[in-house]
Design a protein around this ligand. Structure first.
Ligand SMILES: *Cc1c(COP(=O)(O)O)cnc(C)c1O
Length: 391
């Protein structure tokens, strides 16, 4: 494809070759395996001499179309899609780290990622040092002779801290480390970590890539030599993306750019509207000038994303009352949907942690996170305002 095309155009136009039916929209290949004309063709397939599909755990046309589209959006060489975001993240660790290795990880990463790192990686002799999202001086100090990878998310969850990708990319290069970024929250529409030296970019496609709360999926893209190792790990261990989910996700990518524009315009409008509200201590949104890393957000992101956080002055009780008073916004364990979702981590998702543990990950008792949807922005604002009255 013409290299001068915009990534969004490339993603929309990247497609499975037409079948004899000359269909315009890609068909769904619900097949576990693929056939050969004769023994010679089958031999060549297994000898990797011809580029054909063998078995859908290894590859499938719908899965490949989805991967190729994500590669176009991220500006990546190569990719592999998995059944969920977590399997993409897990595979990126297991395929590239081994016993005796160490990696540096930002302390505010997705909850299940923390579980993998703290509970399972030590069983394989892989150790971690957590570093602060806001104090970058800690990062270089955490690097040891056996450090192999830097792993981070930006914006972080749920505090929406912004980490300077250029800084992390240069640090990784200086110490010859694999730079691995979970780019789920920004999406490739807003930010492309590969431009800043990322070797790998992982995604939960369950979130904005699907964007309608229907299917689970994950994907990892980046340098060919690293993706090949991840592919071989996945091909044998089996966290493959189903062709049906890939077909749904691939179609969704055609509208990712327009959806993210509406999501982030809504989110910015809401963030500005809530700033200075008497019940709110602080509103956090990367594109608000009051955000401590506003300049970095503006440097590396095209839009501020779809998440808005705020800290209620009334703390825990206020947060519970706010959630219960909502009429339009949904209480659900997801984000990145066309429908706006509210969460109050201290009373729900992070209820098992102590106050101190919650504070360490930036969760105050009154923290509310809104995953702003595609509804008309005034309707979202009105629901938030009436719930604030009752909080
Ligand atoms: C949801 C999420 C994940 C996990 O993805 P699943 O598809 O649920 O497995 C990983 N990272 C981030 C930032 C997420 O929001």
């Amino acid at each position: 494809m013409n290299d001068k095309l915009h990534p969004t155009t490339k993603a929309i136009r990247t497609q499975i070759d037409r079948t004899n039916e000359m269909e315009h929209s890609s068909p769904l290949f619900l097949t576990s395996s693929f056939m050969y004309n004769d023994v010679e063709m089958m031999r060549a397939a297994f000898a990797d001499e011809i580029d054909v599909n063998i078995y859908s755990r290894f590859s499938n046309p719908n899965v490949q179309e989805f991967v190729d589209r994500v590669c176009a959006l991220e500006g990546a060489e190569y990719g592999y899609a998995t059944a969920s975001g977590m399997s993409a993240i897990f595979a990126s660790f297991m395929a590239l780290l081994k016993s005796g290795d160490h990696f540096v990880c930002c302390s505010s990463v997705f909850g299940s990622t923390i579980t993998i790192i703290n509970k399972y990686l030590p069983n394989y002799g892989i150790e971690v040092t957590y570093v602060s999202a806001t104090n970058l001086d800690e990062w270089e100090a955490a690097i040891k002779p056996n450090t192999k990878m830097i792993y981070l998310e930006t914006p972080t969850n749920p505090g929406l801290d912004i980490i300077d990708l250029e800084f992390a990319g240069k640090l990784a290069k200086k110490h010859n480390l694999i730079f691995n970024v979970d780019n789920c929250f920004a999406t490739p529409i807003s930010q492309q970590p590969i431009k800043y030296g990322a070797d790998l970019v992982v995604h939960s496609a369950t979130k904005w890539m699907d964007g309608q709360g229907r299917v689970l999926g994950g994907v990892v893209v980046g340098k060919k030599e690293l993706i090949e190792k991840i592919y071989l790990f996945c091909r044998s261990t089996g966290p493959s993306l189903s062709p049906f989910n890939a077909w749904v996700l691939s179609k969704s990518l055609e509208t990712l750019d327009v959806r993210m524009e509406r999501h982030s315009n809504n989110a910015f409008t809401i963030a500005k509207k809530l700033e200075g509200h008497p019940k709110i201590e602080r509103v956090v949104y990367p594109f608000l000038e009051s955000h401590p890393a506003y300049a970095i957000a503006k440097k590396q992101m095209k839009n501020g994303g779809a998440l808005v956080s705020f800290h209620l002055k009334g703390g825990l009780e206020s947060g519970k009352k706010f959630l219960d008073a909502l009429q339009l916004l949904t209480l659900t364990a997801n984000l990145g949907d066309s429908r706006s979702i509210a969460s109050h981590p201290a009373s729900t998702t992070h209820v098992k942690l102590t106050d101190a543990e919650r504070l360490a990950t930036g969760i105050t008792p009154g923290l509310i996170r809104i995953s702003v949807g595609l509804e008309y922005v005034d309707d979202i604002i009105n629901d938030i305002l009436q719930a604030l009255e009752k909080s």
